[in-house]
Design a protein around this ligand. Structure first.
Ligand code: GAR
Length: 196
């Protein structure tokens, strides 16, 4: 059984879908949900599903990313994770944390990478006049929103879309894509899947 730690910063809707998917004959199980935001809605949702939770507040560490990441790593140890899924985790992780987990850490990003790394992806897609948008699940490497692409899902951009309406439609696809890619990843598959 592959033990999966899930990192969130907010509401954790992707985390819920991942946890819900890991039942029955699924080869993975959520071992902990961790947040850098002690009041993240995702922590309560995880606890309600019976998953252990952990908060490591980044704020007391200020600009000292290394100490924050050391605290993350130390806090994870008792849960013995085999891999990490970033699911709306909004802190940039440096090479010091990422490198030991490389090949064992996934992220979901709300754009069709390599387009629109970073923030405000939906606004940027609309400003560019793109006809389609979407989301990507990729392996995490030290470079931001980079790393081998394992899955992508596309949506058509509507003429009256706003960043919020587009984000909501893409999020619906994220909820399908991330569980699919996670299962395939645990099963050892590394080719890219596309939805729909
Ligand atoms: C999702 O749209 C995810 O793709 C995005 O944050 C949202 C989290 O929603 N992640 C990033 O922007 C990472 N850079 P959720 O908390 O409801 O899963």
């Amino acid at each position: 059984m592959t033990r999966v730690a899930i990192f969130v910063s907010g509401g954790g809707s992707n985390m819920v879908k991942l946890v819900e998917s890991m039942t029955g004959d699924h080869p993975g199980r959520a071992c902990v949900v961790l947040s850098n935001q002690p009041d993240a809605g995702g922590l309560k949702k995880a606890a309600d599903m019976g998953v252990p939770t952990l908060a490591v507040d980044h704020r007391p560490f200020g600009k000292d990313r290394q100490s924050f990441e050391d605290a993350l790593q130390t806090a994870l140890v008792p849960f013995e994770p085999d891999m990490i899924c970033l699911a709306g985790f909004m802190r940039v992780l440096t090479a010091g944390f990422v490198s030991p987990w490389q090949g064992k850490m996934l992220n979901i990003h709300p754009s069709l990478l390599p387009k629109y790394k970073g923030l405000h992806t939906h606004a940027r897609a609309l400003e560019a006049g793109d006809g389609e948008a979407g989301c990507t699940v990729h392996e995490v490497t030290p470079a931001l929103d980079d790393g081998p692409i394992l899955g992508q899902a596309r949506v058509t951009v509507a003429p009256d879309d706003t960043p919020d309406t587009l984000a909501a439609r893409v999020l619906g696809m994220e909820h399908q894509l991330y569980p699919l890619v996670l299962r395939r990843f645990i099963e050892g598959k590394r080719d890219t899947v596309f939805l729909p």
